[in-house]
Design a binder for this molecule. Structure first.
Ligand SMILES: NC(=O)c1ccc[n+]([C@@H]2O[C@H](COP(=O)([O-])OP(=O)(O)OC[C@H]3O[C@@H](n4cnc5c(N)ncnc54)[C@H](O)[C@@H]3O)[C@@H](O)[C@H]2O)c1
Length: 446
C-alpha cells in the first residue's frame, strides 16, 4: 500500500519506518526542513534504540519530504501524527492537526483514502478532521479512522513491530478493512523479524481491537490515565511505607504478583514525566468538563505525581539542612532512560525548584545534553559532560533518570570529588551496598 505519514516525530517516524519495514511504500512528511534533510541523509533526529537500523533496512521503501503534494496523492492511508502539546487550559493544542488536515484536504484525489488520526486527540476530533478535509474536498472519496499509538519512547520499534494490541476505530467498514490489510503482517506476525530486534518468544500474533471512532479515541486516554494512576498509587503507598518503616519494593512485589494487578508500573520514585501522561491526563479532565463531569481520581493522580518532585527537594533539605549555596548534581535529565525527550521531565522541574531555593545545580545525561542546552539555555544549570565533572564539589548527587550506566559508577572515585558524599536515589534503582561500601551515604526518595 502507499502510506503517507504527516508529522515525523517520535510517533510518525517510528510508525513510518516500521510500516516500510513490513513492505509498504511510505512517505514521511514534515514541515521541519532540517529534520527531513537529516532523515534523507540516513540520520535520525531523535535518540531511539534500533530506529536507525530499521530505517536502513527499510530505506528502499521510505521517502522523506516537506511537500505534501509529493506524498498525499494516490495514498491508500494517510496518518496524521503531528504534535498535540498541552495548552495552558489543559486541553491539547490542535492547531498542527487542523493545519495538516486542511493541506491534506486540498490534495485529495479520486482514490479511496483512509485518513487516520494517530496523534492523541480528544473524542470528537475524528469528526472534526472529517469536516476540515470535507470543506477542502467536498466530493472526496475518503473516510476517517482513529488508530491510537501506544509505543513507549525507548522501545518504540519493538512496541510497533510486536505490539500488545492494535486499536482501529472508524464508522466506515471499508476504512477498517484497509487498516486491517495494512497491519496484517504485524497482526499475523508474518514478516521476517530484524536480526537485531528479534521477535519475543511469546509473540505469535497481535490482538486487533476494532471499534467505532469515539471508542478508539477514548481508549488512548483511558489507557494512559490508568498507567499514570498506577504509578501515582504506588508512590502514595510508598510515601506511607517510608513513614511506617515498610519496604516499598517488597510491598510492590507483594501487590504485583496478584495477576489482577500485575507487576509493571509499580516502581515507586520521582514519578512520571514525558510527552504523554501529563498532557493526556489533563486533556481527559478537560474533555470531561465539557460534558459537566469531573475526574477526581485522575486529578488526584496528577497531584500525587507532581508532589513527588517537591519530595526530592524536601529530602535534600532534610539531609543538608540548608540548600542556599549548596551544589546539587542531577544524574539524568531525560524523563526516562533510552530517550532524549525532555518534555515534562522531572529533572527540569527539580532543577528549577532547587535554583529557586538558592542552590546551584549541575546536570549530566548520556544522551539528552544537547536537547537540554538547546531547550533550556536560561535555566541556570551547569551542563556536565561526565559524571566526574558533575560530582566535582557537589553536596549531593540525585539519581533522577535510571540510565543503566549510573548503576555501575565508580562511587569511591566520585566520593573523592564530592564535598559531601550524599546520594539521593530518586528511582530506588542504585545498589545500596556498592554505595555504602564505598563510604557514601545513600538516601532513598521513598
Ligand atoms: N511520543 C510518544 O511517546 C507518544 C506515544 C503515543 C502517542 N503520542 C502522540 O502522538 C502525537 C505525536 O507525538 P510525537 O511525540 O511524535 O510529537 P513530535 O513533536 O515528536 O512530532 C511531531 C512532528 O509533527 C511535525 N509537524 C507539526 N505540524 C506539522 C504539519 N502541519 N505538517 C507536517 N508536520 C508537522 C513537527 O515538525 C514534528 O516533527 C501526539 O499527539 C502525541 O500525544 C506520542
Amino acid at each position: 500500500m502507499k502510506v503517507t505519514i504527516i508529522g515525523t516525530g517520535y510517533v510518525g517516524l517510528s510508525t513510518g519506518v516500521c510500516l516500510a519495514f513490513i513492505g509498504h511504500d511510505v512517505y514521511c512528511v514534515d514541515t521541519d526542513e532540517a529534520k527531513i534533510e537529516a532523515l534523507r541523509a540516513g540520520k535520525t533526529p531523535i535518540f531511539e534504540p534500533h530506529l536507525e537500523a530499521v530505517m536502513e533496512a527499510a530505506k528502499a521503501r521510505l521517502n522523506f519530504t516537506t511537500k505534501y503534494e509529493e506524498a498525499v496523492p494516490g495514498s491508500d492511508v494517510v496518518f496524521l501524527a503531528v504534535g498535540t502539546p498541552p495548552l495552558p487550559s489543559g486541553s491539547p493544542d490542535l492547531t498542527y492537526l487542523s493545519s495538516a488536515a486542511r493541506t491534506l484536504g486540498s490534495l485529495m484525489g479520486d482514490r479511496f483514502t483512509v485518513i487516520v488520526n494517530k496523534s492523541t486527540v480528544p473524542v470528537g476530533s475524528g469528526n472534526w478532521v472529517d469536516s476540515i478535509v470535507r470543506d477542502a474536498c467536498p466530493a472526496g472519496d475518503f473516510c476517517i479512522a482513529s488508530n491510537p499509538e501506544f509505543l513507549r519512547e525507548g522501545s518504540a520499534l519493538g512496541d510497533s513491530l510486536y505490539p500488545d494490541r492494535i486499536v482501529i476505530g472508524s464508522d466506515n467498514p471499508r476504512g477498517l478493512d484497509v487498516l486491517y490489510q495494512l497491519y496484517r503482517p504485524i497482526l499475523d506476525q508474518s514478516f521476517t523479524a530484524p536480526s537485531f530486534l528479534p521477535r519475543p518468544g511469546d509473540c505469535n500474533s497481535a490482538p486487533l481491537v476494532t471499534t467505532d471512532l469515539a471508542s478508539a479515541e477514548l481508549i488512548k486516554y483511558a489507557a494512559n490515565a490508568f498507567l499514570a494512576l498506577k504509578i501515582s498509587y504506588i508512590n502514595e503507598i510508598g510515601n506511607l511505607a517510608g513513614k511506617v518503616g515498610a519496604n516499598i519494593q517488597h510491598v510492590a512485589r507483594g501487590i504485583g504478583l496478584d495477576k489482577r494487578i500485575g507487576p509493571r508500573f509499580l516502581n515507586a520514585g520521582i514519578g512520571w514525566g514525558g510527552s504523554c501522561f501529563g498532557k493526556d491526563t489533563s486533556a481527559l479532565i478537560s474533555s470531561a468538563q465539557e460534558y459537566g463531569l469531573t475526574m477526581p481520581i485522575v486529578q488526584a493522580g496528577r497531584e500525587t505525581n507532581y508532589r513527588q518532585r517537591d519530595h526530592v527537594v524536601e529530602q535534600l533539605l532534610g539531609a543538608l539542612k540548608i540548600l542556599k549555596g549548596r551544589t546539587i548534581g542531577l544524574l539524568g535529565l531525560a524523563f526516562k532512560p533510552d530517550t532524549d525527550d525532555l518534555r515534562d521531565a522531572p529533572a527540569i522541574d527539580i532543577a528549577r525548584r532547587l535554583i529557586e531555593r538558592g542552590a546551584r545545580v549541575r546536570a549530566h545525561d548520556p544522551v539528552a545534553m544537547a536537547n537540554a542546552q538547546q531547550q533550556y539555555p536560561t535555566l541556570g544549570v551547569q551542563w556536565c559532560d561526565t559524571e566526574e565533572q558533575l560530582a566535582q564539589g557537589t553536596d549531593a548527587l540525585v539519581l533522577v533518570t535510571e540510565w543503566d550506566q549510573y548503576r555501575d559508577l565508580d562511587w569511591a572515585r566520585l566520593k573523592t570529588l564530592m564535598r559531601t558524599p550524599i546520594i539521593l536515589d530518586g528511582r530506588l534503582f542504585l545498589d545500596r551496598a556498592k554505595i555504602t561500601d564505598a563510604g557514601l551515604q545513600l538516601i532513598s526518595l521513598i
